[in-house]
Design a protein around this ligand. Structure first.
Ligand SMILES: Nc1ncnc2c1ncn2[C@@H]1O[C@H](COP(=O)(O)OP(=O)(O)O)[C@@H](O)[C@H]1O
Ligand SMILES: [Mg+2]
Length: 194
């Protein structure tokens, strides 16, 4: 998709990126009778990332899902897209389809470069997804859903998680400043409760 270019990092909303990808793939999905069902968490914190690279991950995952459903016998072609904030304060994205699912023997190799089970497949889509997610400090994983179809999930630290990590690193050097902040925080929350 994108050629070689220097990554341009900016504060981004993951929901906006998902919506952009859906616009981009509208014709493709209508052609293949695919219905998107989205559940996008409102008010997600920003992530610091490269917009085109993040779009590339989501487009790759959706195209794989569309292809897996083309290969599946059932006529119901649904893709469930979800965003959320996970317990680690990371922004998470998951995609589930109603396709063939992933044969268990391939599960370990999916993200390897040039692994493909498709005639004419390149086998680089998921390898690219993984390297982009890693470059953003996140992780990506694949599974099969209990109700059938494949499930891919990635999460990326939010701007606030990155700030918190920086704060805890700097707290080793700025102990007195942190103590002051904590005191102010405590008195604020006490007055909130009154
Ligand atoms: N949604 C999915 N459902 C089932 N299998 C999948 C799905 N996505 C990826 N795969 C498996 O992972 C392989 C690698 O995917 P990818 O790296 O995108 O390469 P390609 O699409 O060119 O085969 C695919 O060939 C397929 O076997
Ligand atoms: Mg692919």
């Amino acid at each position: 998709m994108a050629g070689k270019r220097a990554p341009a990092y900016a504060l981004l909303g993951l929901n906006d990126i998902v919506r952009e990808c859906l616009v981009f793939l509208r014709h493709e999905s209508e052609d293949k009778n695919v219905v998107f069902k989205t559940r996008l968490e409102p008010n997600l914190p920003f992530i610091r990332g490269d917009q085109i690279q993040l779009q590339q991950i989501i487009v790759n995952l959706i195209v794989n899902s569309i292809q897996a459903m083309k290969a599946a016998p059932q006529t119901q072609h649904e893709i469930y897209l979800e965003t959320s904030l996970d317990a680690n304060d990371h922004v998470a994205f998951s995609i589930r389809d109603t396709g063939t699912g992933i044969p268990i023997e391939y599960m370990e190799q999916l993200f390897d470069g040039f692994f493909t089970t498709k005639d004419g497949g390149l086998g680089i889509g998921l390898a690219i997804c993984q390297s982009i997610v890693k470059a953003h400090g996140g992780t990506i994983a694949a599974a099969n859903h209990a109700d059938g179809g494949a499930l891919f999930h990635f999460s990326i630290p939010t701007e606030s998680a990155a700030t918190a990590a920086n704060d805890s690193a700097s707290s080793r050097y700025l102990a007195s400043g942190i103590t002051l902040d904590t005191t102010r925080q405590t008195s604020l929350s006490t007055s909130d409760e009154c």
